[in-house]
Ligand binder design. Sequence first.
Ligand code: PEP
Ligand code: MG
Length: 849
Amino acid sequence: MLADSARVRGAEGTTHVRIGAEAASKEDAIRQAGQILVAAGTVEAGYVQSMLSREDVANTFLGSGVAIPHGLKEDRALVRHDGIAVLQVPDGVEWNPGQTARLVVGIAANSDSHIAILRRLTRLIQDEARLEALIASDDPEAIARALEGEETAAAPAEAATDYAQTAEWTVDYPAGLHARPASAWVETAKGTEARLRVRHGNYVADPRSLISLLQLGLREGDRLILSAEGTDARAALDALVKTARNLTARERRDAELAAEKQRAPVTGWKPEGDIAMIAGVAASPGIAIGTIHVLAAPDLDVPDTPVDLVAGGAELDEALTRTRAQMKSLIDDTTRRLGASDAAIFRAQAELLDDTDLITLTCQLMVQGHGVAWSWHEAVGRVAGQLSALGNPVLAARAADLHDVGRRVLAQIDSSLAIGTSDDLPDEGAILVASDLSPSDTATLDPARVAGIATVLGGPTSHSAILARTLGLPSVVAGGARLLGVASGTTAIVDGDGGRVWIDPTEADLASARAWIAAQQERRAAEEAERGRPATTTDGVQIEIAANVNRPDQVPFALAQGGEAVGLMRTEFLFLEARHSPDEDEQYATYRGMIDALEGRPLIVRALDIGGDKQVPHLDLPEEENPFLGVRGARLLLRRPDLLDPQLRALYRAAKDAGADGGGLSIMFPMITSVWELVRLRARCEEIRAALDAPKVPVGIMIEVPAAAVQARALAQHADFFSVGTNDLTQYALAIDRQNPELAAEADSLHPAVLNLIATCVEGAKAHGRPVGVCGGIAGDPFGAALLAGLGVGELSMTPRDIPAVKARLRRAAMAELRDLAQRALAASDPGEVRALDEQNIGAAGSCE
Ligand code: PEP
Ligand code: MG
């Protein structure tokens, strides 16, 4: 029994409260809290040191005068049973410079029960009046109740009731209710008119608010009551339950995949000796050697300039609208380049822009007389702090997302606030260590100074990881808090293939890692050195390698990568990027720019492919129930001569001015389904060409609809060439919306059904001697490229960065082998079987893989 602290027993263990304590320093406060826990028999004596050590790797100051010292995760064995020791320090104790703790809540927990305590605390610190009362209170029971009992300010009794219609559901997502499934709940809830509520015990959330749902901190096994009232309450409730249930299979599968990945044996480079290692998840390939540089979170100094409330509200609204538009194109672009699965992260981020809690808090701060930027920044900081404090790494990662999206909005409010974070990096060879990096942080990194990245949080599919891959920086994510404990200046090796960070390696290990890097670089350099050479197979068949490029200023890079042509210029981006419809003269200038930049090399310009996921707001097209199956591509062009004719005139004028051969220009129509569409579009081309007295140029079509692939022979009579759009062909052949994150893994362009359609298309084209290219994503995958070449595709067009590896792969194989490979792929029963053929190494990379 402790003489000077009161003991209160509660659901999460025993709480000991010391009223009116004094602490000379943070260390003193932690020791006092620790000693209370030791004396109560809650923890072993070593736990106090563990609590002190934690401070070296994490900041336990929650905000609003509350600190939560607790031991390191790896020392959980020192906890005998769960308990809390609260020091009420009315005079305060400095926790960090500028941060004073007056309620020091020492936590001992070897289960997840501390999450519940943190949840209450984060709610409590939003309620300043109640917190002040607790800090001044001489009643230990009141403090204990606030932490232990159900009766907290944020969960008042009347809030914890249900609406009239109820349904019960037990969380069966292994990772709990994290942002991705939660955003699906929000989407469903927003599509209904009823009042909806989600209750877990005495905590309730509004399912229309992502943050509100996340704050429930729901874990697998938590029993929920979902309830509704008002318009169509039963239907709304059923819809919500259905959404929740439908996500279970995917969540389970994702968890299994993640677990499998973790269990996978480490392949690749390994040190000889027994050196310290921090295991994380591989996020961007390659090995980097360097010195640790721990990146402090940026301290953004946002000026507080009060404005008139009406003007401020409008300013915030406009900034949010602009950011939504920015996020929309980011989602579209990522979906196109990387697939719907990667874009889902941005979708969840965009959802945060509509979060009512966040916007309400911002408005409350503005009402209190603060400026727009300051209020937004403050609200983001508070909400992100609450998410981080829940102690769930998945939610903490969402806090990083919130910071990122928050900074996008800030930059829209005041462009001077768009800043990077790594200004104080050493000149070279830094292994950047951070809690998490936002995409903006990663995008602004200087690859000359950064050798590799290791983050405490994050996931391998986070957009930061995607950007690290784009920048070619080896990267490990989810390495845990121990990473932050590694002192800046320490030598380390980041293995972005095996997901490991090796600390303080020996000279021998450094030498072996360097040799490994050299071998990898040698292979890459060999591919790059040869990128100017044609992709000719060992038996002399040349495949044309082209680039997907939308603007003249991107052409030099594409050519430098070894591009021999532009196989796809997506002209809808002229409309999307300009935020207005470029007129005929503007378009002419761009097409001339492309022709000039290519200096006679072939250029395939695709006529506008608007519709589906590529919506152009300023065209005010009618909304469609199912836009991918609606008026898209050629279908729109046939209905809108005001879009088609200026584009064709601009193209033919550019061809005419480029010389008798049209400067290498070809025109291509997207989304052709039936022969009559092509016949009519060709006729319009001819009318416009003749009127301008322009040279004839090849007119081809994209094969993106299964009907077109099946009817290739008939279409080939009227088309000068085909280019297969595998992105769309895959979605239409497999009936999988290319943006659907749920089905992203199944939307595989290597599905034998898609490959058979391509084979049919090649056969039909051959009957009329027409060339076939591919400009969808699979053309840039070395194995996919090998298969396509084997199917008889003569031109591959891809993202410029993919060119050297694709060329190298094709040059290593004989066409006879590739044909054989393709035949076996056509006979496979599923994409897995097709991918397994890759292991047979036809034209695959050499020794260091
Ligand atoms: C495709 O569908 O494969 C293609 C290249 O067109 P987009 O991605 O622009 O729809
Ligand atoms: Mg397409």
